[in-house]
Design a protein around this ligand. Structure first.
Ligand SMILES: NC(=O)c1ccc[n+]([C@@H]2O[C@H](COP(=O)([O-])OP(=O)(O)OC[C@H]3O[C@@H](n4cnc5c(N)ncnc54)[C@H](OP(=O)(O)O)[C@@H]3O)[C@@H](O)[C@H]2O)c1
Length: 234
């Protein structure tokens, strides 16, 4: 049975990706910093018998390496990783020119360097030809007033994912991992909210299904930066 790790699985998009991968037959290892979220997830999906949980923090290289070491010790090499990592603490409107650099650095710490730490620790834990998908946002491509800092972290993330997609296949790589970023254009709702679905918003179920397809058929998605768009951006 193939093993997929989902970081950020305790809430939001990561949680729904974990649900779709379980339904798709994967053995899913859900990672969160919060043991209570993991316990809830385990209860909710207990019927599948394919859910495993692990506490893990990707806020530094050391913590990420520790999570990766515990993962491989318990589950062996991984077939897939999905990195859904961000913090609502960065979701504030601000003017870059009026904002202390310390606050901007904090946004990079939570929304950019967590992805860096996770990829450095988890890509080497993939089996040969394993697939790594990082979840990013469509603000990588444009700026809306007050959200420039999110555009900055997301555009940096796209460059990061393009870079590591190349490095994962270069002569130094030991496992020829396939790396993709999936950029989400627009706010995300759930299929349980038909009014917003009818407005054309993205749903976390659709995102989960796209991630599952990329993991199954990475060759069908050859570019490192992939996108899924709400109707108004399509
Ligand atoms: N929601 C949207 O409308 C939307 C739209 C466009 C793009 N996106 C993108 O989608 C991705 C996921 O967003 P979301 O809305 O699902 O956010 P969310 O609900 O805040 O989930 C983010 C997850 O990141 C995890 N996380 C954050 N820092 C971590 C750390 N240091 N170590 C381990 N885990 C950490 C959290 O896990 P724990 O707290 O459980 O540890 C949390 O489950 C982000 O890249 C975001 O930019 C979202």
């Amino acid at each position: 049975m193939q093993v997929a790790v989902v970081t950020g699985a305790g809430s939001g998009i990561g949680r729904e990706v974990a649900a779709v991968l379980l339904a798709d037959g994967w053995r899913v290892i859900a990672i969160s910093r919060n043991p209570e979220s993991l316990e809830q997830l385990r209860k909710e999906f207990s019927k599948s018998r394919r859910i495993e949980t692990l506490t893990g923090d990707f806020s530094s290289d050391e913590l990420a390496k520790d999570a990766s070491t515990r993962l491989v010790a318990r589950f062996g090499k991984l077939d897939a990783v999905v990195a859904a990592l961000s913090s609502h603490s960065a979701d504030v409107r601000l003017r870059i020119l009026d904002t202390p650099s310390t606050q901007l650095r904090a946004a990079f710490d939570t929304n950019f360097f967590t992805h860096v730490a996770a990829a450095k620790a988890l890509i080497p834990a993939l089996a040969k030809g394993g697939v790594y998908v990082g979840i990013n946002g469509g603000l990588a491509d444009f700026v809306i007033p007050g959200m420039g800092h999110i555009s900055m972290t997301q555009s940096a993330l796209n460059s990061f994912y393009k870079t590591i997609a190349q490095e994962a296949l270069d002569e130094h790589s030991t496992n020829a991992a396939q790396v993709r970023a999936l950029c989400l254009y627009g706010l995300v709702t759930s299929e349980r909210d038909p009014a917003r679905v009818n407005e054309g918003q993205l749903t976390d179920e659709a995102i989960g299904r796209r991630v599952a397809d990329i993991l199954r058929r990475p060759d069908a998605y050859p570019q490192p930066i992939q996108a899924i768009k709400a109707r108004k951006y399509a």
